[in-house]
Design a protein around this ligand. Structure first.
Ligand code: IMP
Length: 423
């Protein structure tokens, strides 16, 4: 059976910790979309690990981890993560796989991503600059290079030449930027091809066979629901399907195999990069949340925009993903606030919106109808049982459950594995 774990907001909900927590009970952890734009932070025995590509399940000895066909793989990032793990005594030998049909991010994707976003000027998306959108664009334009092509000397050389001719034309003629050299890339990437060779396989078939044997799979989503290319706040989104449905296309598994969907939700809301954010807190209140919550991007180091909990977003996220249960993270960050606001609905031109809307006119310009919740002053970071949480913290959780109609089964009150309350 497959359990999907995904973010229900704009990413950075704390999926890394949740996946790490759940990985103990599964055999395989598989990522289904995104690339080196993700940033999963996991703290184990006071040591912090940050992953961009490799599933955080790799920290558990013996677990199999894989990057599905829906992931775009930057060989440089991938190899440096493998090295980093091995330097820290974590061997990936025989337990880390890459889908043959996953697309490869090459230097021109990264350069083009950065140039394009700069070129958009004020309309820039604030991408991570990791070549994500441009790799997916090549995939859909059918000029991408898959892992299986990357490993085949003749095919890689030929495909690289064709792709580079087109990209260099753009760099030189249109963007007036430096051209890249295909032969140099070919030479430089030889080392990565050697490193990845043993890991590349038909992961769809592999998953099928393992599930048939009764193995448990955790499908790990990156980014979050509102960064999804179809259901997010387009165009301020990433270039893949981060919603639960993406797990099927991004791993090559049947929807019939997905038995459970776990949503990860932060006790407030954050967003990195550009795009609308109705419950955003500007000024001192936002700054205070950012400081207490240490809200800085794990991939780019950019300060995250912070705001109140938005139940409109959550209700939609739970529906589009079919969320069975929620894990709430960073509740401890709210300790010490006198009043906490919960976004209930939006208001635009005299009309009330209880549901998420794809209209960017409404979503970018709406006001928010809030409800106040009473805060608490106690430090909750050492609480391990629900009954010991302050009354107002429990009221906050239960009010959110009531608004979303999905149970919150776990609450995280700190970054380590132990700081997790199960209900
Ligand atoms: P891209 O995925 O690099 O193309 O960036 C598109 C948008 O998604 C930008 O606003 C990024 O800041 C955002 N984004 C991408 N990956 C993450 C993530 O892991 N967490 C939060 N935001 C992300």
């Amino acid at each position: 059976m497959i359990t999907v774990v995904l973010g229900t907001q704009w990413g950075d909900e704390g999926k890394g910790k949740v996946i790490d927590y759940l990985a103990d009970d599964v055999d395989i952890v598989a990522r289904y979309q995104g690339g080196a734009n993700a940033g999963h932070t996991v703290v184990v025995s006071n040591r912090q690990f940050i992953f961009h590509l490799i599933p955080s399940g790799i920290l558990y000895p013996g677990k199999i981890c894989l990057l599905g066909n829906g992931v775009v793989i930057d060989p440089v990032s991938f190899s440096s993560e493998v090295e980093y793990l091995e330097e820290n005594g974590i061997s990936v030998e025989g337990r880390l796989f890459i889908a043959e049909n996953a697309h490869i991010t090459l230097p021109y994707h990264k350069v083009l991503d950065q140039i394009e976003d700069k070129f958009r000027g004020k309309g820039g998306l604030g991408t991570t600059g990791r070549g994500i959108g441009t790799t997916y664009a090549d995939k859909f334009n059918r000029i991408g290079i898959r892992a299986v092509d990357f490993l085949d000397d003749g095919i890689f050389k030929e495909k690289l030449k064709i792709a580079m001719e087109l990209k260099n034309y753009l760099f030189h003629e249109y963007y007036k930027e430096k051209m890249l050299n295909a032969d140099k890339i070919y030479e430089e990437y030889g080392i990565y091809r050697d490193k990845m060779e043993k890991m590349v396989r038909n992961t769809s078939l592999y998953l099928h066979e393992e599930i048939e044997k009764g193995k448990q799979v955790l499908a790990e989503g990156a980014q979050g629901t509102f960064l999804d290319i179809d259901f997010g706040t387009y165009p301020y989104v990433t270039a893949s399907n981060s919603i639960a449905g993406g797990a099927c296309t991004g791993l090559g598994v049947s929807p019939k195999r997905v038995g459970r969907v776990i949503g990860v939700v932060k006790a407030y809301t954050t967003r990195v990069g550009m795009g609308p954010f109705p419950t955003e807190l500007e000024g001192e209140e936002g700054e205070a949340l950012r400081k207490t919550g240490n809200e800085y991007g794990a991939t780019t180091g950019r300060p995250r925009r912070c705001g109140w909990f938005d139940s409109v977003l959550l209700r939609f996220a739970c529906k589009v993903n079919g969320v069975d249960e929620l894990v709430m993270t960073k509740l401890d960050v709210l300790s010490g606030l006198k009043k906490i606001k919960i976004g209930l609905s939006y208001e635009f031109e005299g009309k009330n919106y209880e549901d998420y809307t794809f209209s960017s006119k409404v979503f970018s310009n709406c006001g928010v109808v809030y409800e106040d919740a009473e805060g608490w002053t106690e430090d909750i970071s050492k609480v391990t049982e629900y009954r010991y949480l302050p009354v107002n913290a429990k009221k906050y959780i239960e009010r959110i459950e009531q608004l979303i109609e999905v149970p919150i089964t776990k609450i995280s009150v700190g970054s380590s594995r132990e700081q997790t309350i199960s209900r």
